[in-house]
Unconditional design. Structure first.
Lengths: 114, 111
């Protein structure tokens, strides 16, 4: 089973709202990721959690705040977003050891900021 | 800066033909190479990964890696209309957890 789940599937929020995206995996993977993908572009890495600790932050604005409550869950807290933040937000998890470590993506949350 | 280049397409092939998707990368230290398929409006789905020189086959898909030429390809045999999607090449370098993606190749298989 290589399933990563994400909720909600769709989200519409105003620029003053606070919302959270959730991601869950039960594959025993110890690394989890947030990506942002704009239309007709490849995914852009935002954050990496390794063993529940933030290991990579790709200079993401502070209006995006990740959280890893445990090894199966990953959240992305959103606050004061801008319309240009509208995108598909993808969660991924990875297992195995390099060079065989492989990332599996969830279905994504499509976010629209008004 | 690490770069991954793909022929952006779009690439059209008739049903039953072989589709050939190509990818080059700039970082000689790259270790692992992945092909993801992404249907419009959906998330990327892993098709294959390869980390040793040569060919790796899985059903109708064959991944080919040539580290000396810094080249990786994906062949899709007996292409079907359901193969119509964007194919993303991704590469890991020093960190197994940092994927660098190419811009993707849009493939259309014509019935």
């Amino acid at each position: 089973d290589t399933e990563v789940t994400q909720t909600p599937k769709h989200l519409v929020m105003g620029m003053t709202n606070k919302k959270s995206l959730k991601c869950e995996q039960h594959m025993g993977h110890r690394a989890m990721y947030w990506y942002k993908q704009k239309a007709k572009k490849p995914p852009e890495l935002m954050f990496v959690y390794s063993y529940e600790k933030l290991s990579i932050n790709e200079s993401v604005p502070s209006r995006f705040s990740p959280e890893c409550p445990n090894s199966s869950l990953l959240n992305l807290h959103l606050h004061a977003l801008q319309p240009e933040d509208s995108a598909l937000y993808l969660c991924a998890s990875s297992g195995g050891v390099a060079p065989k470590e492989t990332q599996y993506f969830g279905p994504g949350t499509r976010l629209l900021v008004l | 800066q690490k770069e991954v280049e793909q022929n952006s397409g779009p690439l059209s092939v008739p049903e039953g033909a072989i589709a050939s998707l190509n990818c080059t990368y700039s970082d000689r230290g790259s270790q692992s190479f992945f092909w993801y398929r992404q249907y419009s409006g959906k998330s990327p789905e892993l098709i294959m990964f390869i980390y040793s020189n040569g060919d790796k086959e899985d059903g109708r898909f064959t991944a080919q890696l040539n580290k000396a030429s810094q080249y990786v390809s994906l062949l899709i045999r007996d292409s079907q209309p359901s193969d119509s999607a964007t194919y993303l090449c991704a590469v890991t370098g020093g960190s197994a957890r940092q994927l660098t993606f190419g811009s993707g190749t849009q493939l259309t298989v014509l019935p």
